[in-house]
Ligand binder design. Structure first.
Ligand code: SF4
Length: 359
């Protein structure tokens, strides 16, 4: 009868409300419905209710600084830096540029974590140098995170020593076919990070219209099965000039449905508190996501060398987006809650203190 939800969807969502994490077969069923169906709206609503109830309606802001760019041997068919199609000039951030970006991100001590991003191949000493500089400059609670290529345990241990606490790493959809990388090496890197004592932040990415529900569900469980601390979903952006741009893009409504499925598969696990959506979209934040990412420097989803002038969001836009989506708190890196209201977004009651020279 029109207006009635599919019975199996109702049962799955009832189990999620009761605190049971969804299994692969549950996620496959939820994602078999169109993104505009009543079942999809019910799924997004359940995920948002459960996630917000778990952490007192809090969200976090993550930042990312792209440290360098050169044509990358990963050669991912969706990435602006892939060696066969990259058009941007080579670049490497200077200490002065890095310090200025850190200041913008961290001055109000409301950035939960900051990714330092390199290409698939990278100079570990250069990376560690930037991590140590950031550690010295940040007096507040912001956590330092790595977003680098495949890496051995020893290198992750050196990062930990320099102040890094977690690493973003994924085995992507069609890794090895849409990319020149080895899916087993990608998973091994995630294991190496865990073995070195780092948290792993995972993501179902980059989703395009050609991916089947089965591929999507298998991919989302790579990070879940390894015990990721944060999860996320990223839709593929059709970056001009990249080979996969011709395959098009899923809607933000479908992206939100996937965010909801991942959230429902993870949020009764004890180590999961935050769920990301890339790129940030209001639909994601009413579907279970509670992480917004500000970006500066180079960005794989952008053909512009300085993404903050194009696709990347800045801190002010991130704060405002979270307020508009009804979150009531921003969490610092030490989990302290900052009340989120219009005055805070307008800069009236921020305390500063996020940088060493503020003290
Ligand atoms: S996504 Fe990463 S590994 Fe792939 S081409 Fe871009 S920078 Fe290289």
């Amino acid at each position: 009868m029109q207006g009635r939800l599919d019975k199996k969807v109702t049962d799955i969502l009832d189990q999620a409300y009761a605190g049971r994490s969804l299994e692969k077969k549950d996620c496959s069923h939820l994602l078999s419905f169109d993104e505009w169906s009543p079942e999809a709206y019910a799924t997004r609503s359940a995920a948002a209710t459960i996630v917000r109830g778990r952490n007192d309606d809090s969200a976090i802001i993550l930042g990312q600084i792209g440290l360098e760019m050169f044509p990358c041997p990963g050669n991912c068919g969706f990435c602006a830096f892939g060696k066969d199609h990259a058009v941007m000039p080579k670049s490497r951030i200077t200490d002065e540029e890095f310090a200025a970006k850190l200041t913008d991100f961290c001055r109000d001590d409301d950035l939960y974590g900051l990714y330092l991003m390199c290409m698939h191949e990278y100079d570990l000493d250069f990376f560690l140098d930037k991590a140590r500089l950031a550690k010295k400059m940040i007096a507040g609670s912001t956590r330092l995170l790595a977003n680098v290529g495949d890496t051995e345990k020893e290198a992750f241990a050196a990062m930990k020593e320099a102040g890094i606490t977690g690493a973003y790493h994924v085995s992507r959809l069609r890794e090895g076919k849409a990319t020149a990388l080895n899916p087993k090496a990608r998973v091994k890197t995630m294991e190496n990070a865990l073995d070195a004592g780092l948290q792993i932040f995972s993501c179902l990415e980059p989703v395009g219209p050609e991916h089947t529900v089965e591929e999507i569900v298998e991919n989302m469980f790579v990070g879940i099965d390894l015990g990721c601390t944060q999860h996320a979903v990223m839709r593929r952006v059709p970056v001009p000039g990249t080979p996969l741009a011709r395959c098009g893009q899923i809607s933000n409504l479908r992206l939100g449905q996937m965010v909801a499925a991942v959230a429902l598969a993870t949020f009764s696990r004890p180590n999961m508190t935050y769920m990301g959506v890339h790129e940030p979209t209001e639909i994601g934040y009413v579907s279970g996501a509670n992480v917004v990412t500000a970006e500066t420097g180079v960005n794989p989803r952008d053909h512009m060398a300085e993404t903050s002038a194009n696709r990347g969001l800045d801190m002010d836009i991130c704060r405002r987006m979270l307020l508009d989506c009804g979150f009531r708190h921003i969490r610092r890196g030490n989990e302290e809650k900052i009340p989120l209201d219009l005055d805070y977004v307008n800069g009236l009651n921020r305390n500063g203190g996020g940088l060493a020279h503020d003290n």
